[in-house]
Design a protein. Structure first.
Length: 222
């Protein structure tokens, strides 16, 4: 996906057809991008950072349905007849996010086949990744799910040079994203640190050895 990520950045950052109709906003960690039930009137693209999609049931139970990273589009429900957001989107670290209004993105998709192909490619890739995450949630241990999440936050396997450091994310948030308890996350983080897979002091540094840890067990998805 590296090539298509670069193409997406070029389109959204410099293309007259897209760039002139988009707005870019900086989000702090924990800041809401849109809420469940909000009007679906725009599509978004993560230029830098990470975000999560969550749903809240009528009984008040919240679940994380996707973790998004640099290069991901989201909010694509605006392209369908659905008028309200089915989930909430929240930045989970300092992030730069591009927003394009529904009317503009629909016009661009009709006028620019190359961009339409790019968007479809990204959405199909993300659907596959969400399916893999669902399998991971059902079949794998909390420790392996946490390891995969940490690698994703550090952009391992997504760019040539992984992020040198990931801003420290509180363990309650990590537990929510992994689908386990804070105490279990704390236990695994301490074990990863003891084995040299991560440095976790002020900021989070993920080492290649954590990727090897999963590869050796056949648990690392593309």
């Amino acid at each position: 996906m590296a090539d298509t990520d670069s193409l997406a950045f070029n389109y959204l950052g410099s293309s007259k057809s897209v760039g002139s109709r988009s707005t870019t906003q900086e989000y702090r960690s924990g800041q809401k991008i849109f809420g469940q039930g909000d009007k679906a009137d725009a599509i978004f693209y993560i230029q830098n950072g990470n975000a999560k999609l969550t749903v809240l049931s009528t009984s008040g139970r919240k679940a994380v349905i996707a973790i998004l990273r640099r290069g991901d589009f989201f909010g694509e429900s605006c392209l369908t007849s659905r008028s309200l957001r089915a989930s909430s989107a929240t930045a989970i670290r300092a992030s730069t996010i591009v927003r394009v209004k529904r009317t503009d993105i629909v016009r661009i998709l009709r006028q620019d086949p190359a961009f339409a192909k790019l968007l479809v490619s990204h959405l199909l890739f993300r659907i596959r990744r969400i399916e893999e995450d669902l399998v991971d949630q059902v079949c794998n241990s909390s420790e392996k799910r946490l390891a995969r999440l940490l690698l994703m936050l550090a952009d391992f396997g997504h760019q040539e040079s992984p992020a040198p450091g990931v801003p420290k994310i509180d363990q309650e948030t990590l537990a929510e994203m992994v689908g386990t308890t804070r105490s279990r996350v704390s236990f695994f983080m301490n074990r990863f640190r003891a084995k040299g897979y991560i440095d976790y002091n002020g900021s989070l540094h993920v080492h290649a050895s954590l990727r090897t840890f999963l590869l050796e067990r056949g648990e690392l998805a593309d």
